[in-house]
Design a protein around this ligand. Sequence first.
Ligand SMILES: [Zn+2]
Length: 306
Amino acid sequence: MSSRRPLLLAARILGVFLVLSVAPAATATAAGHPRPPAAPTVSEGEVMPHLRALQEIADRNGGNRAHGTQGYADSVAYVRHALDRAGFRTELRPFSYGGAAGYSLIADWPGGDPDHVLFTGAHLDSVKEGPGINDNGSGAAAVLTTALRVADAGLKPTRHLRFAWWGAEEEGLVGSADYVRSLSADDRKAIDVYLNLDQAGSKNTRQWLVVHDTEHGESEAQQAFEAWFAARGIATFDIGVGGSDHESFGNAGIPSSGFSTGISDCLHEACDNLANVDPQTETTSTNALLGVVWQLAATAPATARH
Ligand SMILES: [Zn+2]
C-alpha cells in the first residue's frame, strides 16, 4: 500500500462528508425562495394509541362517547390535555342541543398569517349506540397526530393553523354549524380552506373518497390530496360534498375538502370499536393529512378571497 492511498481515502471521505453536510442546507429554489420543510410521516405506533385511549374512554362510560355524556367530556379532556402540553392555545366553544350542554374544542398554533387560516377538523362525538372508533375516533386521532407533529417540528407556517374537534356532529353537524355561525364576515373570509376527516381507518378500503367542494370548484386542498394519493399509487374517488362538518363551512361560503375511507359494516353500531379500524389505513390517512397540511401551511394565495 502506498503512502498516498490513506490520504486519497481521507480526501474522498472528507468529500463525501462535505457533500452530505451541505446538501440538507441547500433548501433554496432557483428563485431564491426557501423551500417548505418536507412533511413528516408517522407509523401506526404514533396514531393507534389515541384510538385505544378513546376506546378505553367509551369502555368506562357505558360504551359510547355521545353528545351530552361523560364519554364525550372525557374525549375532549384527552385531546385538549395533549394539545395544551404541546403548546397550542385551546378553547371550548359551548352550545346547547337537545337539552344537553355540548362543546367543540378549538386549538390554535401560535404564528402564521391570521388573514390566511388553514383549518383542519374532525368530529369527536360518537352515536349513543357505540364507541365510534372509526366514526370518528379515526379522524379525530389523525387530526390530533397532525397537530402534535406541527408542535414537535416547531413549524413556522405561512398560514395560521387552526384545528377543531367538533361536538354533536352525529346530531346534525351541530357543533361545527354553531361555530361557523359565530364567525364574523371577516373571520369567515380569513379561512382559506377547511379540511375535514370523517372515518379515516375503514377496513377493506380500496380507495380514498376525496371531498369535492362543488360550489367553490376544485380547491387547492382537493388537488393536494389527490396529488398526494396519486404519487403513492393510491386510488381516489370524488365524493362531492355532504355528510360531515365540512358542510357547515361550505354553507358559509368557505372552501373545503377532506376525505373519508368509506362506510364500514359497523357504522353507528356497538361493533364500531378498535377492531373496526385498519391500522394501516388509519396511518395512511394520517400521513396524507400531514402531507397536505405541511404543503398548504407553507403557501399563501396571491389574492384574498372576496
Ligand atoms: Zn362521522
